[in-house]
Structure formats: C-alpha cells, structure tokens
Design a protein around this ligand. Sequence first.
Ligand SMILES: Cc1ncc(C[n+]2csc(CCOP(=O)(O)OP(=O)(O)O)c2C)c(N)n1
Length: 355
Amino acid sequence: MSKVPYEVYTEEVKALSVLSPDGEIINKDKLPKLTDDQLKEIMYRMVFTRTWDDRAVNLGRQGRLGFYAPVSGQEATMIGSEYALQKEDFIAPGYRDIPQIVWHGLPLYQAFLYSRGHQHGGQVPDGVNVLMPQIIIGAQILHAMGIAMGYKLKKQKQVAITYTGDGGSSEGDFYEGLNYAGVYKLPVIFFVQNNGYAITTPFAKQTAALSIAHKAVAAGIKGVKIDGMDVLAVIKAVQDAAERGRNGEGATLIEAVTYRFRPHSLSDDASKYRSKEEEGEWNAKDPIARFAKYLEKKGLWTEEDTARVKEEAKAKVNEEIKKAEKTEKMTISGLIDSMFESTPKHLEEQKADFK
Ligand SMILES: Cc1ncc(C[n+]2csc(CCOP(=O)(O)OP(=O)(O)O)c2C)c(N)n1
C-alpha cells in the first residue's frame, strides 16, 4: 500500500524563480529554450506594454477611455504567459488582461473601444482566438472549460488559458472550473495573477490556504507557484502546462506572485490600503528592470533600445486611440444586431420602438 500521509500539503511551497533580482540565471534546469531574437521580442513587448499602460492611464483621466485597469508591474505574467502559447490556443481573460489578448491578435484600437463600451470592441476578428474580458469575476473560467472541452472532444492539440486574480480564486466559478477540468482531464491552464489585493482586500483575507497553487490538489490537477516578476519563470511554467494539455495530461493551475504598481482602477486610491514601504519593496522587483539586466549582460539590450521602443509605443497608441475615436458611434440597433445571428422577434420589436 502506498504511504499517503493523513495531513497532506501542510507545507508552504516556494515560488519558482529562474532569474535572480540581478538578472542572473539561478535555476538552469528551468530555463526556457528561447533564441536571442525571441528574448528581445519579449523585452520589446514588455516595454511597449508599460508605455501603453502609462498612456492609457492618461487617456482615462482625459475621459478618452472608459473603464481601465492598469497593468504596470504585471508585464512578466501577462507578456510571458501569452508568449508561451501558440496562436491557435484560446484566451479567456478578465478585465485586466488586455495585453494578453492584444498580443494574441486583437487590434489595439478595439481594446480601446472595449474600454469605451463600444460594441465593436467585442467583435473579435476571425482567427484571433480570444474572448472579450469579463468584468464579472470568474465568469471567464467557465467559458474556458467549454473551449477546452471542445478541443478534447475534437481531439485538437490546442489549449485554453484563463486568467483571474487572487480575488477571483475565491469565486465559486473558480472551484467549479478546477473540479470540472480535473474530472475531464481538460487541456486548460488556470493562470492566477496573485497581485496581493482584490481592490482593498489583502491576500491574507482571501484564503487560509498556504497558497492558491495548493487548491489544485483537491481537484486532482497539477498546481505550481511561480515568481510572477520573473518573465522566464512564467514562460517555463506556461510552456510546461501547455505541453501537458496538448499531451492529454490535463489541466494545470499556475499561481504567479506579482504586484500591480498602480491602483486597482482609475477610481481607486491604493494609498488607503497599501503602505509606501510595501510599494517600494515591490517596485524594486520590477519585472522589466530584472529582465533588462539579464539581456544587457548578454549584450542583447541597451537603454537606447528601451527609449526607441517607448517612442514606437507612444506613436502606435496615438494612432490607435484616434482610430477608436473616429469609429462610428454605437447605436442600439447595431448593438442588438451584433449579439445574435438572427435577431429574436421581441428584440426586433424593441428596435422598432426605439426608432
Ligand atoms: C462577481 C463579481 N463580484 C464582485 C465584483 C467587483 N470587483 C471588481 S474587481 C474586484 C477585485 C478583484 O480582484 P482580483 O481577482 O484579485 O483581481 P485584480 O483586480 O487584483 O487583478 C471586485 C471585487 C465583480 N466585478 N464581479
């Protein structure tokens, strides 16, 4: 008989890092295989995303965007996890996960339209495998189960990834998703960006479990905890999880420990619940600075490269916000027509009433 301890998983797990804060490889076994060009592309995307985030916050303050959830600090989790996927894989995001869906193929101006509440923001072009971000916390998790079940039934070697936060990991949908994925051995990745807070609620009030990764145990799936400020650790974890999914080995829950440098949204004041000291400690773990150190040592990146990418990103954001602003105004009938393949009779009647 195998020895099964009565008390399982009572120990904390350490988050996996591949890069040290000084940009040295500290875990050679876990180093993802990437070419120099790929490493530079990842850095390009991280710097680009931070610049776009800076601009988006300003656009929000100017009233040119609607709801916007800042992403600075989470570039390693967002860019790294998407980069580790194939274009054919499907993303089911939450409201903060805009970078993943844009780098997966959603045009940036449509992401801006989504933020402005315009229906065209949600009209994903054919061949771009993303859903629109869910504001309802956890809802996207169940959508990902449907996609992954479809892949399994059709024997397609694709995976679905769904993102949520530490707050989202307390939702019923999260547990239902984990359980379902475990029972049906689905090709799905649960990617939890644990940024320490669900708006004002700190992680300590979110769960009494030793980690979110532990929650995989009861569902019978694999759980891993990684350093979410280390883009190489993120890429390795998602590559491994995707491979397991494609090979029919089932789902993986990844907990990536990270931090959002900015407030929860443009209407939140983080100074009410986070100390300056804490913010300073996390700023020192900046995922872009850490990766830059690694690349600079390899002779692959310079400060001039960062400056060039920032300029490119600013120009692109200006172009895309203008395109969003020039898009024809949304109409009620346009909204209804884009929701159904053929509009139901009662909505046709309501459309007529509006006219
Ligand atoms: C079902 C549901 N409950 C509550 C809210 C209100 N709400 C919006 S964001 C948020 C916090 C979510 O925190 P977390 O999941 O950790 O993600 P983060 O915003 O930190 O990325 C809450 C409670 C909501 N949108 N949906």
